[in-house]
Design a protein around this ligand. Structure first.
Ligand SMILES: [Zn+2]
Length: 52
């Protein structure tokens, strides 16, 4: 399950597998699906990650 985090009144969604955070739940879910299946990160997905 994608984790919902709040920081500075902004919502973030974090991939439970790799802990990358995203502003959009869609990307977090995509990341988590990928991580779970491939046990690695996809740069096409993680480039959408945000620093929190
Ligand atoms: Zn991930």
């Amino acid at each position: 399950m994608v984790k919902e985090n709040k920081k500075n009144n902004k919502k973030y969604f974090a991939c439970e597998e790799c802990n990358f955070a995203y502003e959009s739940k869609d990307w977090a879910q995509k990341c988590e699906n990928w991580c779970r299946e491939h046990h690695s990160c996809n740069v096409e997905i993680t480039k959408h990650a945000v620093q929190i």
